[in-house]
Design a protein. Sequence first.
Length: 249
Amino acid sequence: MGSCNFVAVKKLDKVQESDKEFKPGVSVISQSHHKNLVRLLGFCNEIGTYESELHIGIARGLMYLHEECSSQIIHCDIKPQNILLDDYFTTRISDFGLAKLLLTDRSRTHTTIRGTKGYVAAEWFRNMPITTKVDVYSFGVMLLEIICCRKSVDTEVSGEERGILTDWAYDCYRKGKIDALVENDTEAMSDMRRLESLVKVAIRCIQEEPALRPTMKNVTLMLEGIVEVLVPSCPCPFSYVSSTINVPE
């Protein structure tokens, strides 16, 4: 170290299973000082840090807009182009040009369709009241993009049936083929438990029925591993046709 002091470094191979207990424990130990205790200077968790902070940062930002602002705000256009990173790779949600401010005593509103193709929830097209759940849907689509490293609507992928990411992702999940979502991504496949959890969160967010989508607060808690991620139902139960989707065997 720069001070020329000797330090002891301990490498932990499997922390994921007890992660919820490990991090709070580190926080407590770091504040403990005694002449007969080795002082903890810090710790580093390299696995998945960047991607985890990316989607958790977006979720926290939306949770603030929906639940912690003095007035509730619906962004209405959550997509990758509106997510920026600063010099420290902190997530910044941008472009509030289409945002909708809800009145204090309202939780929903009627407005003309806003947003970007591929990220727009079904209620926009049905003349239904718009709530914060439209942002939840858009977040779910974007989370799938982060997981799969591909666009929500991609005309360049091989096979027409894989062009709609949300349909393909759910079919992969339903058939127990989530590894197909991260093909050739060895880092993602190294923690299948975490991958399945992220996919389940995304599918819960893209439910066609707004009431079935979680709030961004619950999404954040699920991503942080604080609450259990329940098994999601089919996003589009009335329009989904399994035979049109082909998952590689």
